[in-house]
Design a protein. Structure first.
Length: 184
């Protein structure tokens, strides 16, 4: 499989590529993707989990035991459980968010999709996500997988990133543009 240099060049990209290769060998790409979505949601909701992944004060053994318990509680794919153990032992849990993003890009490319990183002020409904995917598919001419992020600081609207292109229709950006225009 051809991977972009950008993904392979980063530390998180190398971990994501290794995980993707293992998932492909075990024919578990979709199961791993679902487990990573569950893990991403848990990271977004739990301050304790974010602290575990970023704290240098947690020992390797403590981190390994903690991620094993988390994987069991969240019913994650066995491959993800082992992978989290490797990240904990290598003291790379801080790379988890970037690994999840890179894996998503690899999986989307494998399915022939383009990945769009979408930031909204509030969580989007399933109907809104479907409408956005349909609009992006019309513009790009191919299927689009969306990686959703919520950032209340944009106030409203969306920020959509596809590769090096960015469409920023957030209220925050519009207010900043207006403020600059008013300064004259």
């Amino acid at each position: 499989m051809e991977n972009s240099g950008g993904i392979q060049a980063s530390l998180s990209g190398r971990y994501a590529t290794a995980l993707f290769d293992l998932a492909r060998e075990e024919k578990a790409i979709d199961a791993v993707s679902e487990s990573l979505k569950t893990l991403k949601a848990a990271l977004a909701e739990s301050a304790e989990l974010r602290q575990l992944t970023n704290s240098p004060l947690v020992s390797r053994d403590q981190a390994t035991k903690a991620v094993a318990a988390i994987a069991s509680t969240l019913s994650l794919d066995p491959l993800i459980s082992k992978f989290l153990g490797v990240l904990a032992q290598n003291r790379r849990l801080g790379q988890l968010g970037a690994v999840i993003r890179s894996y998503g890009q690899l999986a989307a490319r494998h399915r022939g999709e383009t990945t769009a990183e979408v930031t909204s002020a509030r969580p989007l409904t399933a109907a809104q996500v479907e409408a956005l995917q349909a609009k992006l598919k019309t513009q790009l001419g191919r299927d689009v997988a969306v990686d959703l992020t919520v950032d209340p600081s944009i106030l409203g609207g969306l920020i959509v990133k596809i590769g090096s292109r960015q469409i920023d229709s957030s209220i925050r950006s519009k207010l900043n543009t207006l403020a600059i225009a008013m300064k004259g």
